[in-house]
Design a protein around this ligand. Sequence first.
Ligand SMILES: CC(C)(COP(=O)(O)OP(=O)(O)OC[C@H]1O[C@@H](n2cnc3c(N)ncnc32)[C@H](O)[C@@H]1O)[C@@H](O)C(=O)NCCC(=O)NCCS
Ligand SMILES: Nc1ncnc2c1ncn2[C@@H]1O[C@H](COP(=O)(O)OP(=O)(O)OP(=O)(O)O)[C@@H](O)[C@H]1O
Length: 199
Amino acid sequence: MKQSRVLGITGKMGSGKSTVSSILREHYGFEVIDVDKEYHWLLQNSSELKLKLAQTFGEEILINNQIDRAKLRKIVLDSDLNMDRLNHITHPTIFERVKFLTTEKYKDKRVVIDAALLFQIGLDKLCSVIWYIECEKEIIIERVIRKSGYDVEEVKKFLERQKDIEKYKGLANRVIINNVDVENLKTIIGKYLKEDGLV
Ligand SMILES: CC(C)(COP(=O)(O)OP(=O)(O)OC[C@H]1O[C@@H](n2cnc3c(N)ncnc32)[C@H](O)[C@@H]1O)[C@@H](O)C(=O)NCCC(=O)NCCS
Ligand SMILES: Nc1ncnc2c1ncn2[C@@H]1O[C@H](COP(=O)(O)OP(=O)(O)OP(=O)(O)O)[C@@H](O)[C@H]1O
């Protein structure tokens, strides 16, 4: 299943995965699979997934027959059990979707898979090279609050839920530190792409 053209980008929320992926698309022509976006697409397009989620978490997570992610977020952020149930339902479907994109839609293209839960979903199996993006917690909190509608407590809860991502750092081929500016990031990316034989 391994492919020499598939680069996995992982790391915690707000570490800079999308920023790295955009640089790879704009400067090096990679196709980018943003796994959060693919999951949001599945929520809208897979009736089976919607049904399973509504059966598990109750009809109140639906608004106009669509999953209300803000409601789902409140249900899972404070409960390990609910988060596990959510992952158990969603991850196999996400895996199949990303597998289809890498092996069929973008069959002969160079592809980036951008996913915080790359290893937990099993998407590492589709990648030939994996980069782990790391950033200091305080910088992440500041950047995420500026970018999204989350408050400090929500960002801290997400980061707490993502603590296990750290244990996969040692399995990545590279760890990229993203505490400085985007220019710095571009320089590191250019260097690693060459060293990893991706350009
Ligand atoms: C947790 C949910 C309800 C939050 O929805 P919301 O619209 O607020 O956020 P969004 O989907 O844009 O994700 C925000 C951030 O949380 C991270 N995240 C998403 N799901 C999870 C999870 N199960 N565990 C840890 N982090 C997660 C994302 O990678 C991203 O960094 C939603 O993401 C969800 O249902 N997730 C389950 C599917 C999943 O694992 N997706 C992540 C694929 S990498
Ligand atoms: N080196 C940097 N300097 C300044 N701002 C940055 C840098 N890297 C990323 N950012 C900003 O920080 C925020 C979070 O970055 P980004 O969206 O790339 O993270 P992410 O890991 O993809 O997050 P998520 O998992 O939530 O999608 C964005 O607003 C981005 O523009």
